[in-house]
Design a binder for this molecule. Structure first.
Ligand SMILES: Cc1cc2nc3c(=O)[nH]c(=O)nc-3n(C[C@H](O)[C@H](O)[C@H](O)COP(=O)(O)OP(=O)(O)OC[C@H]3O[C@@H](n4cnc5c(N)ncnc54)[C@H](O)[C@@H]3O)c2cc1C
Length: 459
């Protein structure tokens, strides 16, 4: 850190702060992360004439989404645009997309997030290249309770090598989880050996048919994971194999049956999400993909000829998969709480989600992925005026939809602005996934194909 600089006029002196209610101070509400949910939070707060500042680590809004720009989403625009954001955009010359079309990640950023970030209400309050590294209460460490609620948040940010300090009266953490992948290992531990193989392991979604194609053409590639990201990668590898038949595709999953990864298929209310399951089913049935089920990965190690070896356990037997050229890891992501460590947070011990929403989203309890709407009340942290929203609020749970995040921030913005009645009216109708297996702990071997029932976990 080359320099320590306090932003001019940012900070109120202790004398100014004492005896005042925090809401009386002319401080902004700081939103961390300019992804779809952070920007939606700003739109809702602006609707209530609240002063906001948005701190974004990347050099562009939607930075996490741009890492998978080439992938087409599964939900149409009507679920991807926040209502308050849409009203703001409609005041200007916005080329509103057809709400039934399904955008790619790039289109989501270029046709929605970038125009939103450029409207006059938001343009001046977004600070790009600004990474939040720590947040505390002014002169008040985590242990100290007295007067805690009345002192501002102090946000430490790193901006192009210099450290800056910003004060805020509330903090909305919308930093997502995408930049923080899980390792390949089944026990979740990051081994040094895996870290050292980063040139041959891709965490996330490489552009297999575009700029990263050279890595995968006629290579032997193992895809690890069974969610939508893994399926997207496999389908692209399948398309590559049509042109380059020597391309070998391996799919390594922990699930006992590959069918468990196919999801609701035609029962899914989102046609494109259901299609992912149907298409991967066809690709597997065509014999193009070598599937390893019940595979617990212990290590990935380098071999003498620059290939990789995956060491694992399948139903108690040691299994080695050798001579792999490339690995694509889609084992999910984990939230980063390090910069919140001086604040009082309530986080679920398993999912690392906001504690109160864990029972709604824990995949150990149900797998429907359709989550009851929730708002300010459930997202409230022990630290007053701190909220964790968006995909980070789900922690390690995989089923987050932007529409859920938009409802979260609508409710929080209303509450912060004092509109309690609106804040408590939490309404959201999410499209069902068509899969609903309850209490998976007790029904591991069952491939549950029943439709979602309003009285079970999906309601
Ligand atoms: C391949 C794929 C397809 C998907 N398809 C759909 C779909 O069809 N429909 C749907 O609803 N959802 C879909 N999702 C999920 C959804 O897009 C994401 O969950 C969404 O991007 C989450 O938004 P967010 O604002 O919570 O977080 P993000 O989009 O991850 O934004 C977080 C932002 O915070 C910034 N940030 C991180 N750390 C810091 C820090 N310390 N300081 C400052 N800034 C920071 C990041 O740079 C980033 O810009 C998909 C996800 C993937 C990966």
């Amino acid at each position: 850190m080359s320099e320590f600089k306090i932003l001019s006029n940012c900070c109120q002196s202790t004398n100014e702060v004492e005896g005042k209610n925090l809401t009386d101070l002319d401080l902004p509400i700081a939103i961390i992360g300019a992804g779809p949910v952070g920007l939606a939070a700003a739109a809702h707060l602006i609707k209530y004439n609240q002063k906001v500042i948005i701190l974004e680590a990347g050099s562009e809004v939607g930075s996490n989404i741009l890492t998978w720009a080439h992938i087409r989403l599964f939900s149409p625009w009507k679920y991807n645009i926040d209502k308050a954001a849409s009203s703001l955009l409609e005041k200007y010359d916005w080329n509103k997309p057809n709400l039934e079309d399904i955008p790619t990640g790039k289109e989501l950023v270029e046709n929605y997030l970038v125009p939103l970030s450029k409207i006059p209400e938001l343009k001046e309050v977004i600070s790009l290249d600004t990474k939040v590294i720590s947040i505390a209460r002014k002169n008040t460490d985590k242990m100290k309770t007295a007067n805690r609620e009345n002192v501002p948040f102090v946000i430490y940010t790193e901006q192009k090598g210099s450290l800056q300090v910003i004060e805020a009266r509330a903090v909305i953490d919308a930093t997502g989880t995408w930049g923080n992948p899980n390792p390949a290992t089944s026990n979740g531990v990051w081994f040094q050996s895996e870290k050292e193989l980063k040139d041959q392991i891709f965490y996330g979604l490489p552009d297999i048919l575009g700029e990263n194609s050279k890595r995968y053409i006629n290579s032997k590639t193992a895809v690890i994971g069974s969610g939508h990201s893994a399926i997207n990668a496999l389908l692209e590898l399948g398309a590559l194999k049509e042109k380059y038949p020597q391309t070998e595709i391996l799919w390594i999953i922990r699930k006992e049956h590959v069918e468990q990864a196919y999801g609701g298929k035609e029962r899914d209310a989102l046609e494109a999400r259901g299609l992912l399951g149907s298409r991967i089913h066809e690709l597997v049935d065509s014999g193009q993909v070598q599937v390893y089920t019940s595979f617990q990965i212990e290590r990935i190690v380098g071999e003498a000829n620059s290939t990789l070896k995956i060491v694992g356990d399948v139903r108690g037997s040691k299994i080695l998969i050798e001579s792999i050229n490339e690995v694509i890891v889609n084992t999910g992501n984990r939230p980063n709480y390090s910069f919140l460590s001086e604040l009082r947070t309530s986080v679920d011990f398993a999912t690392e989600s906001v504690e109160a929403i864990s029972p709604l989203i824990d995949p150990n309890l149900h797998s429907c992925g359709t989550v009851r709407p929730h708002g300010e009340k459930e997202l409230r942290q022990p630290e007053k005026n701190l909220y964790i929203v968006g995909s980070k609020s789900y922690g390690r749970a995989p089923t987050f939809l932007m529409a859920t995040g938009y409802e979260q921030v609508r409710s929080i913005a209303a509450y912060i602005a004092g509109d309690i009645e609106t804040s408590e009216k939490v309404e959201l109708d999410l499209p069902e996934t068509g899969v609903c297996s309850v209490n998976l702990v007790n029904s591991n071997s069952e491939i549950n194909k029943k439709s979602c029932d309003k009285d079970t976990c999906c309601s």
